[in-house]
Design a protein around this ligand. Structure first.
Ligand SMILES: Cc1cc2nc3c(=O)[nH]c(=O)nc-3n(C[C@H](O)[C@H](O)[C@H](O)COP(=O)(O)OP(=O)(O)OC[C@H]3O[C@@H](n4cnc5c(N)ncnc54)[C@H](O)[C@@H]3O)c2cc1C
Ligand code: FES
Ligand code: FES
Length: 469
């Protein structure tokens, strides 16, 4: 039995836990405002807000209901577009109407839900924040300018939002219906969390955010036996322990973006992670899901490979494994089906550390990489003391470039070293031609990304002209 609050109403359902929330909303609960576009997380027509109690308050994040397992919403507040309606148009709805932000209207519920999410954040909302909130929503009619104008108006109206209590403020100012005020107490009444002792039953599919599984196994997930780990609090959290950082395997990309500790240690984290998917997918997609999905171009995997990370696995017993040793061949892992990735840990960057992530895709945002790469260098004056370089899209698995790293260690930081390293790198990759480009093109891309690491991290030392000379 799954229990959650859908808009103002508590829903108890014995529908299969693997059913998508989208289908439950539309076909069981008969709320057709949430639209079906792609069913792959790409268009945002099915966006809902998902609220859960954290640190004594209800935190809301946008998610694509087409990829959200019903089991994942137990104990949560789901807001569909119908749940935003009041007697009058809300300022969000009004801005979309006034600026002609809607034409055929198919995408509009998704935009309205995503933009309404801006009311519920604790930070001041800038125009940039409002635009970012809709980075997972696609419109085929308007050309976006009218929607951008609406986003601008909404950001302005939210400029004096009470960041301490955005929910009460939003209700008072007519952004949200009054039933939102009572949600926290109602959620407390619903048991939401799994305990860490509950582990997936034999043969069931481990589901976390579902953003890979529901795209790849769309037809089977809603009747497969699923074990969700998405609500397992023991798999979440970002902790600093001495010189190590430990991140729960169930943490989502947005958790990393919200972590002050990580932002302090990785000044370019936002730039790097905004290249990964879109806001609603970053709110759902977990680190463990990215590692175990084992896509040769997984961005997070490539990111953490270059941090020389170690993952912890829990099955019948517990063990640690270098992330780079997880991958044995295309989608083949050193992991039993019942083992859960509980966390990933790595040494925090020190003052002599340089870290960079690069990604090339057909479009900058909401696209998977053609080739990606990350690099971590530990410097000792002009010498590279230690190097960790990873790449995606150039082999059947996300790759830690062990030979290139070994070659770079102990070398002086100069153009000749980088040029020689390219030779080593080329010998240890095996790209194939596919929809994202030919093998030769991918080799060329990785060479450019490798150069980009040095240009980005040591701009005073390197020029592209000399690197390609
Ligand atoms: C529109 C869209 C855009 C995307 N863009 C990007 C992108 O730019 N870059 C990128 O790298 N990825 C992208 N992805 C892929 C996806 O979002 C990520 O790979 C995400 O991190 C997967 O995490 P998840 O929790 O959703 O995994 P799920 O789909 O829940 O699971 C994926 C796999 O991991 C297993 N699993 C999940 N959690 C655990 C655990 N704790 N222990 C053991 N096994 C586990 C599952 O059994 C399954 O085999 C995109 C996906 C979509 C739909
Ligand atoms: S239907 Fe397109 S993102 Fe869900
Ligand atoms: S108004 Fe038609 S898709 Fe956006």
């Amino acid at each position: 039995m799954t229990t959650f609050i859908l808009n103002a109403r508590t829903v108890h359902t014995d529908a299969h836990g693997g059913t998508t929330l989208l289908d439950v909303i539309r076909y069981h609960e008969h709320l057709p405002g949430t639209k079906i576009g792609c069913r792959e997380g790409d268009c945002g027509a099915c966006t809902v807000l998902v609220g859960e109690v954290k640190d004594g308050r209800v935190e809301y994040r946008s998610m694509t209901s087409c990829l959200l397992a019903l089991a994942n919403v137990h104990g949560k507040h789901i807001v569909s577009v119908e749940g935003l309606n009041m007697d009058m148009l809300s300022p969000v709805q009004a801005a979309m109407v006034d600026e002609s932000g809607t034409q055929c209207g198919f995408c509009t519920p998704g935009f309205v839900v995503s933009l309404s999410g801006c009311c519920l954040t604790h930070d001041k909302v800038t125009y940039g924040d409002a635009i970012r909130a809709i980075d997972g929503n696609i419109c085929r009619c308007t050309g976006y300018k009218s929607i951008e104008r609406a986003a601008g108006i909404i950001a302005e109206k939210l400029s004096d939002k009470d960041g301490m209590n955005p929910l009460a403020w939003s209700v008072e100012k007519g952004f949200l219906p009054s039933y939102f005020n009572g949600i926290k107490e109602r959620l407390h009444g619903i048991q939401a969390k799994r305990t860490s002792n509950e582990r997936p039953s034999n043969g069931s599919i481990i589901v976390s955010g579902g953003t890979d599984l529901y795209v790849q196994k769309h037809d089977t997930m809603h009747h497969s036996e699923v074990s969700t780990v998405f609500n397992d609090e023991t798999l979440k959290g970002i902790r600093i322990e001495g010189d190590q950082c430990l991140i729960g395997g169930g943490s989502v990309v947005s958790d990393m973006l919200a972590s002050k500790d990580l932002l302090d240690h990785f000044p370019n984290l936002e730039k790097h992670l905004l290249l990964v998917s879109s806001t609603p997918i970053r709110n759902m997609g977990t680190l463990a899901g990215n590692f175990v999905n084992a896509s040769p171009i997984g961005d997070l995997t490539v990111f953490f490979l270059a941090l020389d990370s170690t993952i912890s696995l829990k099955g019948k017993s517990e063990r640690d494994l270098k992330l780079r040793d997880l991958y044995k061949g295309y989608k083949q892992l050193d992991k039993t089906p019942d083992e859960i990735v509980t966390s990933v840990r790595f040494k925090l960057p020190g003052k002599n550390t340089r870290f960079n992530f690069e990604k090339v895709s057909k479009r900058t945002h909401l696209d998977i990489a053609s080739v990606n790469s990350a690099a971590r260098f530990e410097m000792d004056g002009d010498m590279i003391r230690e190097a960790h370089v990873s790449a995606g899209g150039v082999a059947p698995v996300p790759t830690y470039l062990a030979n290139t790293c070994a070659f770079l260690a102990g070398k002086s930081l100069d153009h000749e070293t980088v040029r020689q390293a390219i030779e080593v790198l080329n010998a240890e990759i095996a790209p194939i031609s596919d929809a994202r480009g030919t093998a030769e093109y991918k080799r060329l891309l990785l060479r450019q990304l490798f150069f980009a690491h040095f240009l980005e991290l040591f701009p005073e030392r390197f020029t592209l002209k000399e690197l390609v000379a």
